[in-house]
Write a protein that binds this ligand. Structure first.
Ligand code: ZN
Length: 92
């Protein structure tokens, strides 16, 4: 299972004094000394249009992660109400 650390905390540790003088074993020891951050991975999804093919019209939206459906008038959710997937565009 992945463990995450606070980047600012690591940068602070490495800025203290000996930057450039660490050997790889010291770096590993320092990284292991930082408590893992309490985070959860971000699950990203998209609102997929539900199309009524006979009329070729969008009648709703479905979460690409769990399939939860919302009404056509409800678009604009930034998160899926059922699974919590982040529906915002990724900026990276
Ligand atoms: Zn969902």
């Amino acid at each position: 299972m992945a463990k995450y650390v606070d980047r600012d905390r690591l940068l602070h540790i490495f800025s203290l004094d000996r930057w450039g003088k660490y050997d790889p074993a010291e770096v590993r020891t320092l990284i292991k000394s930082v408590e893992p951050a309490d985070v959860q991975p971000v699950v990203r999804g998209k609102w997929v249009p539900v199309i009524r093919y006979l009329e070729n019209t969008v009648v709703g939206w479905e979460c690409s992660v769990c399939g939860f459906g919302i009404d056509i008038s409800e678009d604009g959710f930034n998160y899926c109400p059922k699974c919590g997937a982040d529906m915002r565009e990724c900026e990276t």
